[in-house]
Design a binder for this molecule. Sequence first.
Ligand SMILES: Cc1cc2nc3c(=O)[nH]c(=O)nc-3n(C[C@H](O)[C@H](O)[C@H](O)COP(=O)(O)OP(=O)(O)OC[C@H]3O[C@@H](n4cnc5c(N)ncnc54)[C@H](O)[C@@H]3O)c2cc1C
Length: 417
Amino acid sequence: MADIERYDIVIAGAGLTGAAFALAAAQGGLKVVMIDPQPFDAQLAPTFDGRSTAIAFSTFRMLDALGLGEALRPHACRMDHILVTDGRRPGAASRPALPAFLRFDAEEIGGRTGGEPLGYMVENRRIRAALAEAVTAAGIAVRAPASVATVVTDAGRATVTLADGAVLTAPLVVGAEGRGSVVRRAAGIETVGWGYGQSGVVATVRLGRDHGNVAHEYFLPGGPFAILPLTDQRASLVWTETTRRGEALRSASDDAFHAHLMRRFGEFLDGATVEGPRFVYPLSLSLAEKLVAPRIALIGDAAHGVHPVAGQGLNMGLKDAAALAEVLAEAARLGEDIGAETVLDRYARWRRFDNAALAAGFDAFVRLFSNDIAPIRLARDLGMAAVNRIGPLRRAFMQEAGGATGDLPRLLRGEAV
Ligand SMILES: Cc1cc2nc3c(=O)[nH]c(=O)nc-3n(C[C@H](O)[C@H](O)[C@H](O)COP(=O)(O)OP(=O)(O)OC[C@H]3O[C@@H](n4cnc5c(N)ncnc54)[C@H](O)[C@@H]3O)c2cc1C
């Protein structure tokens, strides 16, 4: 029989959330191992993940506190302004005096954020590279490619058997393997959710004009789309298509794809060129009914896969990672069993309301904005105009989008675990 390896935490999933959690837990003095079916290096290939992430300013503080700031800063583009436009195509936002128009400016809340922007746009490949470097430097164990075959828990420990027969034990197993979480299933935790019948299409373009650090969000009846500023006058385009059209775009020729982009984005993309491959992601909502079970905790998309409309999925996952690491590190300092129900309950109570409220909110948002029924459109346009005119409301929205509301884990305040 294979030797049994002992850890404080076995983490299933070495993606963005799993790796950030591993670093946070290790900073809190815990011995962790990550398991992932993908070779760790494969995440760094340019074809692996073409998305860019809107990192809220508080989440960026967390990445800084985990030691990634230096690697990320040269690749992080400030988002100083966010313009939201309803029912009009790109280009319309540059025309003045539109009624349904929402504008957020970082300088308005600058006093509270110390001059930080609303957030930073960073390409996922850069975040993955920075995480990989930090994980290696911290000497964190990574078993990849490897996959979890079974998870068995008893009163004292969890035992994880890998497909290659290796056996690992720890007081706690963390599921960070995304929407199809094996650990979640092993724990018997159900999910609620549905598909949107839509795909998110992502492409990076080099712009023919200065983006001025402005993020544009357009709501059209066919679904939202965004033009998000990147370093070097590039932009990440994210928009929704029906699942069928999304699949057709995945395999379309470069010329056909470019022509489609120009039709979709119009004058806004004059002089722009597409850089690198395009990516298509099916969109769905998947919310775990519980965040914890005996000797098991879920974080990231394993706990809540949401629509990317507000660019918050990863921000939510990293907040989970920060909160769980803080609870566990504190429990370990006090000599508690880190897999005990009372300890895991603290994490669940901290994160469950925020996660459920945001997942429901984004779902309602997508439904509210993805239709063209006149009374609904009038109501949302009036709502947007009201938010735009009422300063305190507008500032509250910005604080929320920046992830700086509620009971923040230490990492999101820029402090060590
Ligand atoms: C188009 C689009 C745009 C987005 N934009 C934003 C944005 O601007 N801001 C934002 O905050 N969020 C955004 N998101 C959401 C964000 O990308 C996700 O929330 C995030 O990638 C989830 O990371 P994760 O590590 O939790 O899960 P995943 O990325 O799904 O990673 C899971 C990891 O687990 C591994 N794994 C799978 N099965 C197993 C197994 N059996 N055992 C062990 N490991 C396993 C996988 O190989 C993978 O490495 C966007 C999403 C989309 C689709």
